[in-house]
Design a protein around this ligand. Structure first.
Ligand code: ADP
Length: 265
């Protein structure tokens, strides 16, 4: 603990009090350390695509632009790297919005089953891979009180990971279980899986199990950190189970609305 004293003094010079503030410096030191690490990570994450782009642009300037075969490939790389930086900056903005004090959830009541079905429909229509979606969802209305945009973002992040890490022809399964005070949603894939020692860390900002591989897949390393912040802002929990080579399941909970009998249409 560190103490700092300030004297309360009136304009007349009359002293009428003393304030002592105790700072928990271990907590503060941890926050400072996390912040430094975060800035270092962000800088590194931005430098990588920038240096790649610089070398490709240099090569183009030095003559590669004249080569009809190579030039489009090099331009393609710079375009992909630009897209990645945009994704990264957008993810950073999402995190920083949630960190800000005036961050508010726009909650409303929604039937979580039809909401999930709509999200899955959207992925089914737009997917480019040959992953199959399987729905193990109850055939009833279950109401939760959520910020729909935030939970859509959570699902987008989890589902795109499930697809990214799935083998060709793999199945992604959606389960929904009603428990006493919350619903538990689980999204499972049959992909590469995650080693046990990394399981808790995948929700940390910028943590990736296999840096080279996930970079190639275009990830930012922030998707699950954003999902965790958003679920916790809803008083829910998020966690993962996985078996290497067999697949991964991401679970999260959302609190149920107390009285499910009410008409929330
Ligand atoms: P990224 O943008 O790299 O996917 P995320 O925060 O979404 O970042 O995920 C963090 C890391 O967790 C990933 O880099 C990957 O190593 C691992 N991961 C996440 N989801 C899965 C999954 N379904 N299967 C295997 N690994 C996964």
């Amino acid at each position: 603990l560190r103490a700092s004293n300030s004297v309360i003094q009136k304009e007349t010079g009359f002293i009428n009090g003393l304030i002592t503030v105790l700072h928990d410096i271990t907590e503060q030191a941890k926050i400072d350390q996390d912040r430094r690490e975060f800035v270092a990570n962000v800088s590194h994450e931005l430098r990588t695509p920038l240096t790649t782009m610089r070398s490709y642009i240099e090569a183009l300037t030095e003559g590669a632009w004249e080569d009809k075969k190579i030039a489009p490939q090099f331009l393609d790389v710079t375009q992909q790297e630009t897209e990645r930086m945009i994704r990264l900056v957008n993810d950073l903005l999402k995190l920083s919005k949630m960190d800000s004090k005036d961050y508010m959830l726009q909650k409303d009541s929604f039937d979580v089953v039809s909401f999930l079905n709509r999200v899955i429909d959207r992925f089914e229509l737009s997917k480019s891979s040959d992953v199959t979606f399987q729905r193990d969802l109850p055939n009833e209305h279950i109401y939760v009180y959520i910020d729909i945009d935030k939970i859509t973002q959570v699902l987008d992040n989890i589902i795109s990971n499930a697809m990214k890490y799935s083998p060709e022809g793999g199945t992604v399964t959606f389960h929904l279980k009603v428990q006493q005070q919350h619903v538990e949603i689980c999204i499972s894939d049959e992909g590469v899986g995650i080693p046990a020692k990394d399981l808790d860390k995948i929700f940390d900002r910028f943590y990736r199990v296999d840096k080279a591989r996930t970079r190639k897949l275009g990830g930012t390393g922030l998707g699950l950190a954003i999902a965790k912040e958003m679920i916790e802002a809803h008083d829910g929990r998020i966690w993962a189970k996985s078996e290497e080579g067999k697949g991964t399941s991401i679970f999260f909970t959302l609190p149920l609305i107390d009285n499910q009998e009410d008409d929330w249409t």
